[in-house]
Design a protein around this ligand. Structure first.
Ligand code: 5GP
Ligand code: MN
Length: 333
């Protein structure tokens, strides 16, 4: 019996929370768990609370049951925090966690602060959906639950491309496919498909991108006035960082968008040993070694200058370590 089952045996009310600005893995894991509870523990009253999720995930069962209003004074028996590395990332959900009798965090972020009573954190897992799969009874996963978990895995692995994808990830994805899900539509519809304006803003961000540190870094920014001009929100900016990252010769990609005047949500990606979780962590954010984020304030110039200082420092360190290794091999040969 897993720790999750043990706690679910006695809980009557369950609150499911994710992180601010929920992505595919966050929404997929929250709804995957919600659907699982509905079939396996029908006696439990469960509620998913998240910030406004993107409409492209509306095909997931339970999507219309998500509440964007967070509990203010209701005390749930058990609070389950999914895909959320620290308390501050719960946003308004923090109150629900504090009021709950018991809590479990299920996550895969290396920067997780283990802020719940029980914490199931596997940094080597591709996604929270992968961690969650390991806590569920495979036989009891319905097609609807499988759709949620598959969606999360697809999003956090960039459709099985990122280095976080393991043979175990593929095995799990295979088992979910065997539940009869329409995987091609999930991939096209929730990951690749773009509206006309989403393509326009992607094109604009690529056109205005700049490279620095001898082409090893690429950077682009979308300002509030650009978002107003195209009539887009932050949810329309998915995929921009992915395209920047695959630019030939790039070690590190930076994409940021303005959330308030001179306050930027920053996404960082690494193609090398460069640890972007460390850089994001320095600026109060977090994430994974090769994909991380933070919020920074100041002018665009300030933000880029601060980030590039840290990137360059790590690059010099890595170069030094590489050289040391080479010298070692030379002397031992
Ligand atoms: P993205 O760049 O796609 O927003 O995020 C990349 C990864 O970093 C995700 O796993 C996300 O959860 C994490 N991340 C992004 N922004 C923050 C942040 O401000 N704080 C922390 N702790 N993690 C973040
Ligand atoms: Mn995730």
């Amino acid at each position: 019996m897993t720790i999750l089952d043990k706690k679910l045996e006695t809980a009557k009310t369950v609150l499911i929370l994710g992180h601010v600005r929920p992505d595919g893995d966050c929404i997929g894991s929250c709804l995957g768990l919600y659907n699982y509870l509905e079939t396996v523990y029908p006696q439990i009253k469960a509620q998913v609370c998240l910030e406004e999720p993107a409409g492209k995930f509306a095909y997931l069962k339970g999507f219309d049951q998500i509440s964007t209003l967070f509990p203010q004074d209701t005390s749930y028996d058990l609070c389950l925090c999914l895909d959320c590395s620290d308390e501050s990332r719960l946003g308004e959900g923090i109150r629900g966690l504090k009021l709950a009798e018991d809590s479990i965090c299920i996550d895969h972020h290396i920067t997780n602060t283990k802020y719940c009573r029980e914490n199931v954190v596997l940094p080597e897992a591709s996604s929270t959906c992968e961690v969650l799969f390991g806590l569920l009874d495979e036989e009891k996963i319905t097609k609807e639950t499988a759709e949620c978990l598959y969606t999360g895995i697809v999003h956090d692995t960039g459709v099985f491309r990122y280095s976080c994808t393991s043979s175990k990830t593929m095995e799990i994805a295979g088992k979910l496919m065997d539940k009869g899900i329409n995987f091609t539509e999930i991939i096209d519809g929730s990951f690749f498909r773009k509206t006309y304006v989403q393509n326009q803003i992607l094109g604009r961000a690529l056109l205005e991108s700049i490279t620095f540190l001898h082409g090893k870094c690429i950077f682009s920014v979308v300002r509030l006035k650009d978002m107003d001009f195209y009539g887009v929100t932050s949810k329309d900016l998915d995929g921009i960082i992915d395209q920047l990252r695959i630019t030939e010769g790039v070690h590190c990609a930076i994409f940021m968008y303005e959330i308030e005047p001179q306050i930027f949500k920053v996404s960082l990606r690494s193609n090398t040993e460069l640890n972007v979780a460390k850089i994001a962590g320095f600026f109060g954010g977090g994430g994974h070694v090769k994909a991380a984020g933070c919020t920074m304030s100041g002018t665009i110039y300030d933000v880029i200058n601060n980030l590039s200082g840290h990137i360059e420092q790590q690059m010099i360190q890595l170069e030094g370590q590489k050289k040391e290794k080479e010298d070692d091999t030379c002397t031992t040969e």
